[in-house]
Ligand binder design. Sequence first.
Ligand code: NAD
Ligand code: TYD
Length: 353
Amino acid sequence: MTSLRQPQNVLVTGGCGFIGSAFVRFLLTQPAFTGRVVNLDLLTYAANPDNVGSASASPRYLFVQADITDAAAVTQVCSQRAVDTIVHFAAESHVDRSIVGPGAFVQANIVGTYQLLEVVRSLPSIHFHHVSTDEVYGSLGATGLFSETTPYDPSSPYSASKAASDHLVRAYARTYGLSTTLSNCSNNYGPYQFPEKLIPLMIMNLCEGKPLPVYGTGANVRDWLYVDDHVEAIWTIVLRGRRGETYNIGGEAEWANLALLHKLIEVVARATGLDTAALKRQITFVTDRPGHDARYAINCSKLKSELGWTQRHNIESGLLETVRWYLDNPEWVSRVKSGAYRNWLDLNYGRRD
Ligand code: NAD
Ligand code: TYD
């Protein structure tokens, strides 16, 4: 299939976070992409400039520390670097944090996306890809799947802020004729994920003999996608997605949290030689998250049939690669556990158990 677009100078927002850094690493190793990548990131607690790895040594890579709400700074970078494509990852991304402090989510996710859209309105040759979440659709019951036409019904300040940003993207496309694409993806996991999210938190606590905090009864279901499959889907949409369209991206791998944790325990036990029964005794049921969505599951048949994308990882291979990465990168782990992460855990989870 031929490309609709041929990006040369790509601005990645949030490229020092979990998924954005995977996208930067992916892009700079694509033989067909010979252009440049500008990574614009504010470097919040969730960011780490080292996450881009050897990509940072490429002469085709540039890092700029800036806030997406600073339209003047973003405009300057776009003009100076002849940016033709923005892939927008930057966001506050953790539901529990949004419950404790929603203001940062309104600012980064809504105002930040608005300011980026204003930049594109003033430089309308730029194509804008917006990275969003399946959480905008709210919660499913026992059956059914989210499709691109499922009505929005967000439950948390995080998902509400992402929903608002999605609406702004579509409104700017219709009103001002901007060239946009949008993707809504299910839960990601993989290397470099900040250990406030379920899978890396559990891997670390398993290895350190700490309690494994399961919210409620652990019956909530998530659809898990390996991060490299997500970034490949995004690049496919950037190259060939129809202007103005939305594509759902999912793992087609539904797991209840407790069942996933049992699976993860098996993988960690095999990789470390630790005793499975002893690891299971670390499971601790804690107070449920307020407004906790019961089930997410994605129908990604549009992306598969229109653009030919498919997942390359299943949960077995994905969890194994993830666990190995955390075991093989103790320096990254110890760095991330200092500072903001420690303070956050002490402040918000110390009282839950
Ligand atoms: P993350 O929290 O790991 O990284 C976010 C990055 O954005 C950080 O590097 C941070 O410094 C940067 N950032 C935050 N505010 C900024 C600002 N005002 N200006 C510039 N940079 C800023 O997040 P992630 O998990 O990599 O998620 C990336 C995107 O993907 C988000 O938009 C999120 O909503 C979406 N998403 C995430 C998942 C998931 O499972 N993690 C699933 C679907 C969609
Ligand atoms: P999380 O990784 O925070 O992603 P999201 O809330 O965006 O889906 O959580 C995934 C699931 O795991 C969610 O149902 C909440 C649950 N969870 C726990 O049970 N314990 C934990 O310590 C965390 C962080 C999450």
